[in-house]
Ligand binder design. Structure first.
Ligand code: NAD
Length: 504
């Protein structure tokens, strides 16, 4: 097993290295806030070394030139090791992020599935071909874009990293991963696993560090061709501005404030189960969390009571225990931020459940599963992403009002609709300003489907073949099959100046 107390290093050009300037930073266990270990802290010089290695591996190395089948076999090896290391990865993730162990195990399994899925998908990737009469054949080929900068957040870190790394490497790009500074440990574990899969040096690199000092130089580096970013909307805007001078391709997976719309004719119990799980799983630190509950008048009081009772019974505590449903938030700064929202919710709405640090958990960043009801749409807790175990609820009386309330935020990542009337559910789903909607379902994702948001929740889609649209250039090739007509210029004798001043 990897020693978690060992210093996580950068992984550059096939080697684990300390930072060139020798800086380090601490990573802490959110259940105790005690330091786990010191992590190598990358700066512009480390980023430059990683980009140089990735550029060379792309321009001169075998990786982009290999057949898709060969690249896929490396990805399958990575998936197999991720599977056999699932328990270890889950334990590291629990220690570094506070994710409850059961949920960390499923995230580790999902990371392996991502590698297997994109290994299959790249082998099936086809282009278009059109015959144009007898004269032409036109076709498209996918070519890897080049050197990719992958910048990831601290929630379910390894799984989200795999979501970018697997299609990026499958397509033939080379990569520099800059993991989040609050959850660095599993990125180094992933580098170990990838190193064992014998990828050519420089194909995959990890540089740890902070956004401003390691992320920013990756974004502005002229030899980086694309940036896939997942994180906060404000960071996404900064990154797009910073990358504009070097004309990079961007994929932006940003924040969310997703509505759960529950009609009176919904399956009440299933809707309660999904609502509670959808906002309190993954410690509420989930971009697609259903964090705004909109309930139809007729069942509003009963639904709020049921969700409130369940929220009050969510088991908060030690994330290493199998029975724990809600672990500590990632960092004391994030706890302060979430508690700031809870305090403003207490001024703006009716507190139904939670709202405090759980009794008996004085160490660590714990907060109770919290529900506010009768929340006005103008409230801060209705409008802003809290990214913690806090659910806000409001009532509606007509379908039009439900749609209007659901859309009245700047985000548009996910939406959930609960109704026994499927015609109504479909029309509401299509009226939601959001990238993804689940009808009578919690967030179950088929890997073939596109993932992404609208409005302030992001740009572009990843997932399935959409990931390859991002990591590949599509080149169109036009082939003449016969002697088609070519207009002949310059065949009418010597050129003469036509008029004073010439022509344009
Ligand atoms: P964050 O924006 O603070 O940081 C994300 C990453 O960006 C980190 O690696 C950070 O170091 C880096 N970064 C920060 N400033 C940078 C800069 N100037 N240049 C380059 N890199 C920089 O986000 P976070 O707090 O780590 O994550 C939580 C956010 O992520 C939430 O808003 C959540 O909704 C969002 N998220 C979105 C999705 C999605 O798929 N839409 C998935 C998970 C999380």
């Amino acid at each position: 097993m990897t020693d978690p107390l060992k210093q996580p290093l950068h992984f550059i050009d096939g080697e684990f290295r300390a930072g060139i300037e020798g800086h380090t930073f601490e990573t802490i266990n959110p259940a105790t806030n005690r330091v786990i270990t010191q992590v190598a802290e990358g700066r512009a010089s480390d980023i430059d070394a990683a980009v140089t290695a990735a550029r060379r591996a792309f321009d001169e190395g075998p990786w982009p030139r290999m057949s898709a089948v060969e690249r896929a076999s490396h990805l399958v090896t990575i998936a197999e090791t991720l599977e056999t290391s699932g328990d270890e990865i889950a334990r590291l993730e629990v220690m570094d992020t506070g994710l409850p162990i059961k949920q960390a195990r499923s995230q580790a399994a999902r990371a392996a599935q991502n590698f297997r899925f994109f290994a299959r998908m790249i082998q099936d990737l086809g282009g278009e071909a059109h015959r144009v009469g007898d004269e032409f054949l036109n076709y498209t080929v996918h070519k890897p874009v080049g050197v990719a900068g992958l910048i990831t957040p601290w929630n379910t870190p390894l799984m989200l990293e795999s979501w970018k790394i697997a299609p990026c490497l499958a397509s033939g790009c080379t990569a520099i991963l800059k993991p989040a500074e609050w959850s660095p440990i599993t990125a180094s574990k992933l580098a170990e696993i990838i190193a064992e899969a014998d990828l050519p040096p420089g194909v995959f690199n990890v540089v740890h560090g902070f956004g401003e000092t390691a992320g920013a130089p990756l974004v502005t580096h002229p030899d980086v061709d694309l940036i896939s970013f997942t994180g906060e909307t404000t960071t996404g805007k900064t990154i797009m501005r910073a990358g504009a001078d070097t004309i990079k391709r961007f994929s932006m997976e940003l924040g969310g404030k997703s509505p759960v719309v529950v009609f009176a004719d919904a399956d009440f119990d299933r809707a309660v189960d999904a609502t509670v799980f959808g906002v309190f799983s993954l410690n509420g630190e989930r971009c697609t969390a259903g964090s705004r509950l909109l309930v139809e008048d007729g069942i509003y009081d009963d639904f709020i009571t049921a969700v409130g009772e369940r929220a009050a019974s969510v088991r908060v505590g030690d994330p290493t225990k199998a029975a724990t449903e809600l672990g500590p938030l990632i960092h004391p700064e994030h706890l302060d931020r979430v508690m700031g929202f809870v305090e403003s919710g207490k001024q703006e709405a009716r507190l139904v459940a939670g709202g405090e640090r759980p009794p008996g958990l004085q160490e660590g960043n714990f907060v109770q599963a919290t529900l506010f009801a009768d929340v006005d749409r103008s409230a801060r807790v209705f409008q802003e992403e809290i990214f913690g175990p806090v659910l806000v609820a409001s009532r509606f009386s007509t379908t039009e009002q439900a749609i209007e309330l659901a859309n009245d935020v700047r985000y548009g990542l996910a939406g959930y609709v609960w109704s026994g009337d499927l015609t109504k559910a479909h029309s509401v789903a299509q009226a939601l300003e959001t990238g993804m909607v689940w009808i009578n379902s919690h967030n179950v994702r088929d890997l073939r489907m596109p993932f992404g948001g609208v409005k302030d929740s992001g740009l572009g889609r990843e997932g399935g073949h959409y990931s390859f649209e991002f990591y590949c250039e599509l080149e169109t090739i036009h082939v003449a099959l016969g002697n088609h007509h070519i207009p002949r210029f310059g065949t009418n004798g010597p050129a003469r100046e036509t008029a004073k001043g010439g022509s344009h």
